[in-house]
Every structure is written in C-alpha cells, then in structure tokens.
Design a protein around this ligand. Structure first.
Ligand SMILES: Nc1ncnc2c1ncn2[C@@H]1O[C@H](COP(=O)(O)OP(=O)(O)OP(=O)(O)O)[C@@H](O)[C@H]1O
Ligand SMILES: [Mg+2]
Length: 285
C-alpha cells in the first residue's frame, strides 16, 4: 500500500512515560573533571549524602562512570532491585532513571545500581541521533521526585560525560592542587562552553573544589593553589577538603563518611562544603 503524504508527515508519537509526575523540581548538579583520581566519586557521594542527611533534601545520585563506584561506595546499606541505567540511556523507551534507582541506606538518598553494561553505552549511543540528550530525557520526570540530582561523571569527556553536562544545571569541578589537575579543570571549562553553545544554554559552573589537599606540602600546595585561584578566582570555593584517610576508609567500608566516621575531618569538611554549595545553588535558582 502506498503511504499518503499526511501519514508520512504525521508527528511521531513520543515514548510513553510510566513514571507519574511528582511535585518537586530538582536542580541537576554534575561532578566532572577531566582527570582521574581527583575525588569526583568521593565528592559526589559525600555531597549527596550531606544534602540528604543534614538538609532534609530528597537526592538522586546517578553514577555515569562505568567503573560504578557510587553504588560500591554505598554498598553497605543498598536496597534490593533496581534496573539498568545503560538500558534506560540506550533504549529510549520512555523509562526514567528514578524507576531503576534504589535506596542507598542514607535516608533521603537514592542511587543508581552498579551496571556493567554502562561500559557499552558510549559505543551504543555513538550512531544515534540525539545521543547527547539521552540522560536529559531520562530524568524529565525523575526531576519532579527529587530536590537535587547529582551526576558522578567519568574521568574523560566522552559521550556519558557530555550527556551529564547536557542534562545538568550546574557543574562542580573537583581539583587536586597539581598542575595536571588544573589542566583537567580547564578541559571541563572548555567543554562547558561547548555544551552551552550547542546543547544546554543554561549550564553554569557552580565552583571549583580543592580536594585531597595535603596540608604537609605547603610549598607545592601554595604554588598550585595560587595558579588555580588566578585562573578561576571566586569560582574556587574557600571550603577545601584535605587528605583524610577516613574518606578512603569510608569508601572501602561501603558507607558514606557521615555514617563511617562522623567526627572525622573529612566529614566536617564535606559538611561545610555541602552547605556552601547549597547556598550557591539556591542563589542561582
Ligand atoms: N580527601 C581525601 N583524602 C584521602 N583519600 C581520598 C580523598 N578523596 C578521595 N580519596 C581516595 O582517593 C581515591 C580516588 O578518589 P575518587 O574515587 O573519589 O576519585 P575519582 O576522581 O572519582 O576517581 P576516578 O577518576 O577513578 O573515577 C579513592 O581511593 C578515595 O578513597
Ligand atoms: Mg570516580
């Protein structure tokens, strides 16, 4: 049968969403750095936990890194079930991230489960039209169930990180006091400019956070920090996170720092950072 012009040109139907609308309007915060090991996952898990625990916010932590460290870092209290983020992102059937997330054990904080399939998502998305917007679409309704959505991005600026930046409102860039890490921050800043121009005009840099600062290395720290402050000025938060073994211990124990070592310096510094960032987020709303 020949197709008529009107049926060919009919608007395609959108995938049906099964998740009901909630009454919240989440701000989406991406934690991104173009360098490995600078404390992205520790920062994502600690901030998300602090915002849920101490500010009474409903928070969703989405692990965009195929190494799946967020669920691992919270594994001691993880709920059962959940689904595949890779499937949500690559199949585009209208499923929402909130539908596959699980309770983290931290009251008010949900997290996406470990998903080995995420390794393949970058390749699966590669040939698709709209590939950069898969996550943005998959949190359209999830946003109405949370106050904050935190994205832990992989350490390179591939398709999953670009999806993170395209879906985010704000970006937090962790940086260790080193020249290499500073170059990584510049890489993210460049990516933010590009994503803003092409995909997400409202994307903003919320701040650069100094992490894993070794208080014993005063000379190197001082030199690296002046370079970072010179480059990013007020964007660098005065609240820093020093090297603290309790943070590495929390990750090993599968607990957030506030459950694992509530009196530690790491807990106190992430609590202060969470509060300072929340003030910046509220000012930007
Ligand atoms: N402030 C800190 N003090 C001590 N150890 C830390 C601190 N922050 C992070 N770590 C440890 O350093 C390692 C790297 O941290 P993390 O996994 O948060 O970095 P990342 O940027 O997410 O790394 P990747 O690029 O591999 O995803 C981990 O073992 C973590 O426990
Ligand atoms: Mg990580």
């Amino acid at each position: 049968m020949r197709m008529s012009l009107s049926s060919f040109n009919r608007r395609p139907s959108q995938p049906v969403k099964t998740l009901a609308m909630g009454d919240k309007a989440a701000t989406v915060v991406a934690i991104a750095a173009q360098k490995g090991g600078v404390g992205k996952t520790t920062t994502a898990v600690s901030l998300a936990s602090a915002w849920a625990r101490f500010h009474g916010l409903k928070v969703l932590l989405i692990d965009l890194d195929p190494q799946a460290n967020c669920a691992l870092a919270l594994r001691a209290g993880l709920g059962e079930g959940g689904g595949s983020l890779a499937e949500v992102l690559s199949e585009g059937k209208g499923k929402e991230v909130a539908e596959i997330a699980i309770a983290s054990g931290v009251p008010g904080l949900d997290v996406t489960p470990d998903d080995p399939e995420l390794q393949q998502v970058e390749a699966r998305l590669a040939g698709k039209i709209g590939k950069e917007l898969a996550l943005r679409k998959a949190i359209e309704r999830s946003r109405t169930h949370y106050d904050l959505i935190v994205l832990d991005c992989p350490p390179h600026l591939g398709p999953l990180s670009v999806n993170g930046l395209a879906a985010a409102d704000q970006v937090i860039v962790p940086c260790t006091p080193s020249a290499l890490a500073l170059a990584g921050v510049s890489g993210v800043v460049q990516a933010i400019h590009e994503v803003r121009g092409q995909l997400n005009p409202n994307l903003a840099l919320l701040g650069v956070v100094l992490t894993r600062v070794d208080a014993r290395n005063k000379a190197t720290n001082g030199a690296a920090m002046s370079l970072i402050e010179e480059a990013f000025g007020e964007l660098v938060l005065p609240e820093k996170v020093e090297v603290n073994n309790a943070l590495a211990g929390a990750q090993l124990a599968g607990q957030d720092i506030f459950a694992h070592a509530p009196a530690s310096r790491g807990a106190r510094q992430y609590m202060d950072l969470a509060e300072a960032l929340l003030t910046r987020i509220d000012q930007g709303r």
